[in-house]
Write a protein that binds this ligand. Structure first.
Ligand code: SF4
Length: 222
């Protein structure tokens, strides 16, 4: 990890927030809807996820109990717009089975009471089809727990800024953020959302550095 101070990571947040303002993440009316969105958004754009969630709502299937009663093919058809629908249907069923086993089927937010954050994270990672990014998205955005979400945008932007070398593990990147930032759920929530916004609109594969609020401190831009 390159030599940095906590201020580098916090200053980046402040610059992004000053430019883009609050992002109001994560879209979803209930913790379960957020969890479902975290699974469905794997390898696809949010616009496709929104269509799949609308289908689930229209079929009254956006509840854990209702989803478990659906056949795999029926569920796959409802979430077809999200892509990889057969695989994701199985993943959603595994997530629902996990919630049922934890006694949190009706109120998934009860997961918070089941174990301390590190253990809860391990339990989520043991669910088939839930990797680190999905687990942290569930912990942060569905359950309101301080687990920083790392994604491909994070790696690209912070590599270009010079705060990451490239090649760090997911855990190393997450630890770098969490060591540098106050342990604040609202901050983690907003920071990841701002990173996604920058990665989509500005720090693209061909970066638009002239429009970027980080241009003055970015190693790649220099
Ligand atoms: S200045 Fe350019 S390379 Fe650096 S973060 Fe912004 S868009 Fe990305």
């Amino acid at each position: 990890m390159p030599q940095t101070t906590g201020n580098d990571w916090l200053a980046t947040y402040r610059a992004l927030h000053a430019r883009h303002g609050p992002q109001h993440w994560w879209p979803g009316d209930t913790p379960f809807e957020v969890m479902v969105g975290a699974v469905l958004t794997q390898n696809t754009a949010w616009s496709n996820v929104a269509k799949a969630i609308a289908n689930l709502k229209a079929a009254r299937a956006l509840r854990c109990g209702a989803m478990l009663k659906l056949g795999d093919a029926e569920l796959a058809e409802l979430i077809r717009p999200a892509g990889y629908f057969n695989v994701k249907a199985k993943r959603l069923k595994h997530l629902c089975a996990f919630l049922r086993a934890e006694g949190a089927m009706g109120r998934p937010e009860r997961l918070r009471e089941r174990a301390p954050l590190p253990e809860l994270r391990q339990r989520l990672l043991a669910v088939h089809g839930i990797g680190e990014e999905t687990a942290d998205s569930i912990l942060l955005y569905a359950l309101g727990l301080p687990s920083f979400v790392v994604d491909a945008y994070t790696r690209r932007i912070f590599g270009r800024l010079g705060l990451l070398r490239g090649g760090e593990s997911y855990g190393e990147v997450q630890a770098a953020f969490e060591a540098a930032l106050p342990r604040d759920v609202a901050l983690y929530n907003e920071y990841h959302a701002l990173i996604v916004q920058l990665g989509k609109a500005t720090c693209r594969p061909r970066p638009r550095c002239g429009e970027c609020p980080l241009g003055g401190v970015c190693r790649a831009a220099r």
